[in-house]
Design a protein around this ligand. Structure first.
Ligand code: ADP
Ligand code: MG
Length: 573
């Protein structure tokens, strides 16, 4: 057993005292495990009915999370999966009950029914006005099979909310008990578990589910359910649960319903969201209109993976109760699902950036530009295994694939590039890289090529080495601005910056493009080799620290590879 606890037998008491310390709207009575509204004394005199719920712990945020204005006045927490004692419930009743009386909301388990029931009887004997309602929303166990009756499951939280809103609105105890008694039979819940849960004091899970097995119809105390079956899709599971509830509660087509999708403690929000989508669709298939939806982990079974689905027939009055405001920290927003398509598309760019103003490149220059792009792409695709291996050593191994993807994307559209205007073509390349290359290098290369494009914008197609040198330098500056790295930080800049310097120098000396590029490649190679001695400070290599030493930076290596593909193209230029 691995849990974030101090001691297995202190879980409940530690949790309760932490809850009260974390939220100054709460108080606790530690001897009996009671969490109550900090303003309980004022509430007692307010003429409003007090509400108490509770039960064994392990169902968090139930029930302490529902203590607050508009929901419960107090929650009584027993040990994990153990009903609180009569005395604990009695102490809670004595604390919060004023002249308006108190309603106990109890999940239908024998232990809870007895302890809350006896406490209510004693309190009545003391002259307190106490009523009790049982919640038995579970539909998994066929009626009559268990003499104990159906269990109280996640639907209980809906009862807390309805009763809380009603009490806050000033409903008398009798009317409140009647309202809840009418509501409870309209709620149906069924759950599935993907894994069991471990009671801290027991140290071992209560049952074991094989890989690929799910348990249908389980409760919230780690007890097995009614059947064990192979895992299915979220759609199929939701359809099955909704179908079972609709059948058990005989909900006719056309009925509006409230849907609650509850996580059992170990279900990621993404999976709950998927199940919620599936459940709304499943309701639709039964002709039910889901007027309101609640999704979250409301009533759990410690760390059990799985969920339950609850349906309640929805009247305007119910929706008003659910939407009334509350200060209870665990109550979540009530959602309104929609049948309409919920997708949008972003607007197209207001205007293309690269309206170049200069003259078009002549056909020979276009041919060279085309060959240069192809050569760069080919070199990066061929280098994929080597870059992958290098990035796997010092980073996360995605650089080779990223560069290859970018190269393939560019090759895929090369015939549509505006090769007569390198600025426009490079801007197209930038937007391709932005869309196709992930990781860190994607946005950095997109920024690099966009800056190069913008720098060439007014130069037209007849470009000299000096234009390219200036543009290259501006690309480097964009990478520095965006990524915050500089020379010696063991990044692609350790290849780019020496290359930029060499290009600028070559341009000022008036050498040929081929010669200028050769010098740039040599400078990039030297800079890249240097990186093997540098400590990584940026990107994912920074997480491996010293282990990167002795290997060159993959990003710098990639720069040297694609630069190295250029001199051959310009050899006679
Ligand atoms: P990720 O680290 O997200 O997996 P990639 O694998 O796409 O990134 O790229 C890794 C390369 O990115 C590194 O080898 C390094 O050259 C470069 N890099 C990382 N951070 C920066 C930065 N801030 N500035 C410039 N280059 C960087
Ligand atoms: Mg990487």
């Amino acid at each position: 057993m691995k849990k974030l606890i101090n001691a297995p037998d202190a879980v409940t008491s530690d949790m309760l005292s932490a809850l009260a310390r974390s939220d100054n709207r709460l108080l606790i009575e530690p001897d009996h495990g009671i969490v109550l509204r900090a303003d309980y004394l004022a509430h007692r005199e307010s003429g409003k009915v007090a509400l108490i719920s509770g039960g064994g712990s392990g169902h968090e945020p139930a029930h302490a999370g529902y203590v607050g204005k508009g929901m419960l006045t107090a929650a009584v927490a027993g040990e994990v999966f153990t009903s609180p004692s009569v005395d604990a419930v009695l102490a809670a009743i004595r604390l919060v009950t004023g002249p308006a009386g108190c309603l106990l909301i109890v999940k239908n388990y024998t232990g809870d029914r007895l302890n809350f029931g006896v406490a209510a009887a004693i309190a009545r004997g003391e002259g307190l006005n106490v009523a009790m309602v049982l919640v038995d929303d579970d539909i998994a166990i066929p009626a009559g099979k268990s003499r104990a009756g159906a269990r109280g499951l996640a639907g209980t939280v809906l009862v807390h909310k309805v009763a809380g809103a009603s009490a806050e609105a000033g409903t008398s105890l009798d009317a409140l008990a009647a309202e809840v008694q009418t509501f409870v039979p309209q709620i149906g819940t069924m759950g599935i578990g993907l894994s069991a849960c471990t009671v801290p004091a027991a140290g071992k899970p209560s049952f074991v589910l094989g890989d690929g097995e799910v348990e249908y119809g389980l409760g919230i105390h780690g007890e097995p359910g009614v059947s064990r079956e192979p895992i299915d899709t979220a759609d199929a599971i939701a359809a099955r649960l909704v179908g079972a509830i609709v059948a058990a509660k005989q909900i006719p087509a056309g009925k509006p319903v409230v849907l609650l999708v509850n996580g059992l403690g170990g279900t990621p929000p993404a999976e709950l969201a998927i199940v919620a989508g599936s459940a709304v669709a499943a309701c639709g298939a039964h002709g039910l209109h889901v007027r309101r939806l609640l999704v979250g982990s409301f009533l759990t079974a410690i760390e059990m993976a799985g969920c339950s689905i609850t349906l309640a027939t929805a009247s305007d009055a119910l929706i008003e109760r659910l939407e009334a405001s509350t200060e209870a920290s665990a109550w979540l927003p009530v959602l309104t699902p929609s049948d309409a398509s919920r997708t949008v598309t972003p607007p197209p760019p207001a205007a293309a950036l690269g309206g170049t103003t200069g003259p078009a490149a002549d056909p020979a220059a276009q041919k060279i530009f085309d060959a240069a792009i192809r050569s760069v792409a080919k070199a990066l695709i061929e280098a994929e295994p080597m870059l992958t291996a290098l990035d796997a050593k010092v980073g996360d191994g995605d650089l080779g694939i990223s560069m290859m993807r970018g190269a393939q994307a560019v090759l895929g559209v090369i015939d549509t590039l505006d090769l007569a205007h390198p600025a426009a073509a490079l801007e197209q390349v930038s937007s391709l890289l932005r869309r196709n290359v992930g990781g860190t290098s994607g946005p950095l290369y997109a920024a690099f090529s966009l800056a190069v494009a913008l720098s060439l914008r007014d130069d037209g197609g007849a470009l000299a080495l000096a234009d390219w040198a200036r543009a290259f330098d501006s690309g480097c500056r964009a990478v520095m601005d965006l990524g915050g790295a500089g020379k010696g930080d063991r990044t692609m800049l350790d290849a780019l910056l020496p290359a930029a310097e060499a290009l600028a120098k070559a341009a000022s000396e008036g050498v040929s493009a081929g010669e200028g590029l050769s010098r740039a490649v040599q400078a990039a190679r030297a800079g890249t080799n240097e990186t093997a001695r540098l400590d990584p400070r940026f990107g994912r290599s920074s997480y491996v620290g010293d282990r990167a030493i002795g290997h060159v930076d993959p990003g710098a290596e990639a720069v040297t590879i694609w630069l190295g593909a250029l001199p051959g193209i310009f050899v006679n230029q």
